[in-house]
Design a protein around this ligand. Structure first.
Ligand SMILES: Nc1ncnc2c1ncn2[C@@H]1O[C@H](COP(=O)(O)OP(=O)(O)OP(=O)(O)O)[C@@H](O)[C@H]1O
Ligand SMILES: [Mg+2]
Length: 446
């Protein structure tokens, strides 16, 4: 083999021309061939792997940038290793600027102690409310969850934190809270206006109630004035030293003995009248008060009578009243509210029977297993079935415009529910309506 072999990697003749040397060369060349093609294959594989790696990185990057939640990967010492676009946007800082920065730099100093503790103990982090600190000094609330990261040997290597911006949520919550407050205010105003409307209707009844004791007090005071004049006249005669016969005649004509006997009862009666006036005014103040009431002990039967005096007795044509009441039903409750419920139920009953022949209102009350059960029935038209589930709704009324707000039953129902009781409707026997109120005998602690 003297000719040049073009397959030889090196030009020129082999070092040895004998057969053994040639074989050696051929082996070397083959091996080099194999190595070379291995190299090419590895190169191709490497390029493929590189491509796959790039694809994986691109994929990761696209996932990270698509996330709305902010993502921070840090090492166990708290140095930032990786962040996503949501974080750079939230902070207004470049990614390069954030990498290797301490994690604490990204958060409000108020959260630092908590963050440090979480990093140190390497446990999963759940729903922490922390605040990102943006480049312009603004704070952004985020709800942070995190999981510990482990290295190849399973050792704690840092944290992966995901934070959900809750600024929007907080704003929505605050708006909701404001709306709720407004609603409560409106409801309070509604309650007050219903109370005022009821009070307006009651004024006639209350005026009538007050008139009685006041005219009583007036009458007594006029009598006392006359008595005073008689006594003064008689004393003047004594002071003037009139003879006994004349004094006796004067005493007789001035009816001094009767005057003296009358004064005591007259003063007592006057006091009673004044006390009655005071009680009515007190009831009225309680009724119109907007203060939150504390439960107090009282006799429900007396409260029923006050409500009757105010509502039913004040009617021009009075319906017949049938009271089935024990002398006393002692309860501990909110007296003003119960009074308002009673007035509402009685007013409705009075309205229902107005102008009817044989108008009758029946009121019962009693105690049963820790509850007070009270019913107000009438023999009016009752509530037609299609309205029975509407009467407790606010503003439902079948009364002409201006005469009913439609809040009476709504307010009463809510007051009863608030103390754990109930207010319900049933058709009365023989036609008409029966409203049943159930409240605890003692509603303290509710
Ligand atoms: N005793 C009753 N008999 C028949 N219908 C009644 C009776 N009580 C209430 N209703 C019906 O229920 C409706 C609602 O009563 P509610 O007391 O809530 O309002 P209102 O009496 O119409 O107005 P107000 O707010 O002035 O009380 C009444 O309009 C009436 O149609
Ligand atoms: Mg009513």
């Amino acid at each position: 083999m003297g000719s040049h072999d073009p397959a030889l990697p090196f030009g020129g003749a082999p070092p040895d021309a004998d057969g053994e040397g040639e074989q050696l060369w051929i082996d070397v060349i083959r091996r080099m061939d194999v190595v070379y093609s291995d190299l090419v294959a590895s190169q191709v594989a490497l390029e493929e792997q590189n491509q796959r790696l790039q694809q994986a990185r691109d994929f990761m990057q696209s996932v990270l940038s698509a996330m709305n939640d902010v993502l921070i990967v840090c090492d166990a010492a708290g140095a930032v290793l990786r962040v996503n676009a949501a974080l750079t946007t939230a902070l207004g800082r470049e990614e390069a600027d954030l990498l290797a920065a301490p994690l604490l730099d990204l958060f409000d100093p108020a959260d630092h102690a908590d963050i440090r503790a979480c990093l140190a103990n390497g446990q999963p982090i759940e729903d922490k409310s922390w605040h990102l600190l943006a480049a312009d000094g603004q704070r952004a609330a985020v709800s942070v969850n995190g999981a510990p990261r482990r290295d190849a040997r399973g050792r704690y290597a840092g944290m992966v934190l995901a934070g959900r911006p809750i600024g929007e949520l907080l704003r929505a919550y605050r708006d909701l809270d404001k709306a709720h407050q407004r609603l409560r205010q409106t409801q309070q105003q509604l309650l007050t206006s219903e109370k005022m409307a009821a009070l307006g209707r009651l004024v006639a009844g209350v005026a009538h109630e007050l008139n009685n004791p006041i005219s009583f007090v007036f009458g007594n005071m006029y009598a006392l004035k006359r008595y005073g004049a008689a006594i003064t006249g008689y004393l003047a005669a004594i002071d003037a030293g009139k003879p006994p016969a004349e004094l006796a005649a004067l005493r007789d004509s001035l009816r001094i003995d009767k005057v003296l006997a009358d004064i005591g009862p007259l003063v007592d009666g006057t006091l009673e009248g004044a006390e009655r006036v005071r009680d009515i005014v007190q009831d009225l103040r309680r009724f119109s008060s907007n203060q939150r009431e504390e439960p107090e002990a009282f006799n429900l039967v007396r409260l029923i009578h006050t409500a009757i005096d105010w509502v039913i007795k004040a009617q021009r044509t009075k319906p017949e009243l049938r009271l089935e009441l024990p002398p006393q039903v002692e309860v501990v409750g909110r007296k003003g509210q119960l009074h308002q419920i009673l007035v509402n139920l009685m007013q409705n009953a009075v309205d229902a029977v107005e102008g009817r022949d044989g108008a009758l209102i029946r009121i019962t009350a009693g105690q049963q297993d820790g509850w007070v059960v009270l019913t107000v029935s009438d023999n009016g038209p009752g509530v037609p079935p299609e309205n029975q589930n509407k009467i407790f709704e606010p503003f439902f009324t079948t009364k002409p415009i201006g005469s009913g707000t439609g809040l009476g039953l709504y307010v009463s129902y809510n007051m009863a529910e608030k103390v754990g009781g109930s207010l319900s409707y049933a058709d009365a026997e023989g036609g008409g309506a029966t409203f049943t109120l159930k409240v605890p005998v003692d509603d303290r602690g509710l």
